[in-house]
Design a protein around this ligand. Structure first.
Ligand SMILES: N[C@@H](CCC(=O)N[C@@H](CS)C(=O)NCC(=O)O)C(=O)O
Length: 383
């Protein structure tokens, strides 16, 4: 078991955690990771309070942006400012050509297609875990779509509204296959690499404490450093959202040397969020997400959506805006959902493109299936 202590940093722990975050920069390719400088590491006894880490000032959260008209702002600019991670394969990853791909990135495009009629009219803002909330609070971004867990404190005191969950996840633990570790209990006395500024860090503390498992958290500000430290053998396990272990686990030097334990340590409902204080914008992002669920349920996708405009089914016609004024009520064109499906796709298309069987990740749909297929995706009626 490996563990390093840097007593000099001990006093900085609180400050570090207050500013700490997952790495926001694009993850380097696996072969480039070996030569990196050892990352600064802090060994924290207690995870920092998120409110302290992520609030710019008052613990009550920012004042709601009264009368804010995000729609008008986005339409004036002709571009949607969307916060993503940028370093998470499958979800939002900055490619070599500067484009951003992945499931979360596509949900930025979904909103841009609905609001601007152009799914490509997105300015992506890569952000680490601690930056993500202040940049939304300040108005630098219009929506955050960055593997962010819906929690009560984020929804209330931090001043955000979460739209429907797009990816139901849970926290997992990855270990080396030859470690003999099969359960969390087997990790007693060991070390766990974890990102600061996340739900992950707190869940780790809660789960291990409640089960009486003694362990040492090894906390890093940048997510790339967490992975590198684990890969170098400095920790017995690496914990984060299971989806991230699956995708960014591919960046380990020899991915097949590692296994994700079966246990799920928490609920991590991930999805986009907006600021308090602009109900119409909240509605727009919410119904843009629902459009992708509804389209899959109705069997409408990017390849058949034009044919579906001539459907006999009133539900289809309402969804696509051929009948009714559903878009107008939000200040959008009535074909907002048509634009989303045509330009970005339905939920299944978005999911499969990023995480499906033809990707290196092949993440089973599980809870992210439609409600009538045993899952949790459920769009209210488009009427
Ligand atoms: N879902 C959790 C964890 C989110 C998180 O920031 N995870 C890290 C670890 S995978 C991450 O996204 N890293 C990529 C990055 O920092 O850009 C949360 O909302 O706190």
């Amino acid at each position: 078991m490996s563990r390093k202590l840097f007593p000099v940093f001990a006093l900085l722990i609180v400050l570090s955690l207050a500013l700490a975050a997952c790495g926001g920069a694009a993850a380097p390719a696996a072969e480039e990771t070996v030569a990196e400088e050892p990352a600064e590491e802090v060994v924290a006894e207690e995870p920092a309070e998120e409110v302290a880490a992520e609030e710019p000032g008052e613990t009550d959260g920012p004042a709601p942006a009264e009368g804010a008209d995000t729609l008008a702002k986005v339409q004036d600019l002709g571009v949607l400012n969307c916060g993503v991670s940028g370093a998470l394969l499958g979800f939002s990853f900055v490619e070599d050509d500067g484009s951003v791909s992945g499931f979360d990135a596509d949900y930025c495009k979904v909103v841009a297609a609905a609001v601007l009629g152009d799914g490509e009219a997105v300015e992506f803002r890569a952000s680490n875990a601690s930056e993500r909330f202040p940049i939304l609070q300040s108005g630098e971004i219009d929506v955050l779509s960055r593997n962010t867990t819906w929690t009560v404190s984020r929804d209330t005191s931090l001043g955000f509204n979460f739209v429907p969950t797009t990816f139901y996840d849970g926290q997992g633990m990855i270990v080396r296959k030859d470690s003999g570790i099969e359960t969390l209990e087997d990790m007693a006395g060991g070390t766990v690499c974890v990102n600061a500024g996340t739900t992950t860090e707190k869940n780790l503390a809660d789960v291990f404490r409640s089960r009486g498992i003694d362990y040492e958290p090894v906390v890093f500000a940048e997510s790339n450093d967490v992975r590198l430290a684990y890969d170098e053998g400095r920790c017995d396990g690496w914990t984060t959202d299971k989806s991230a272990l699956i995708s960014n686990g591919q960046l380990l030097a020899v991915p097949s040397d590692h296994v994700i334990l079966a246990e799920t340590m928490s609920k991590e409902p991930l999805g986009p969020l907006v600021r308090h204080g602009d109900d119409n914008w909240f509605d727009i992002v919410k119904w843009s997400v629902y459009c992708t669920f509804q389209a899959e349920e109705l069997g409408i996708d990017s390849t058949n959506v034009d044919d579906m405009l001539g459907s006999d089914d009133p539900t289809v016609l309402n969804t696509l805006g051929v009948e009714g004024d559903l878009g107008q009520a939000m200040g959008l064109n009535n074909d907002f959902c048509y634009q989303i499906i045509k330009q970005v796709g339905n939920y299944e298309e978005i999911y499969n493109r990023a995480l499906g069987p033809d990707t290196p990740y092949n993440v089973p749909r599980g809870s992210n299936s439609q409600w009538n297929d045993g899952g949790l995706l459920y769009s209210p009626p488009f009427r």
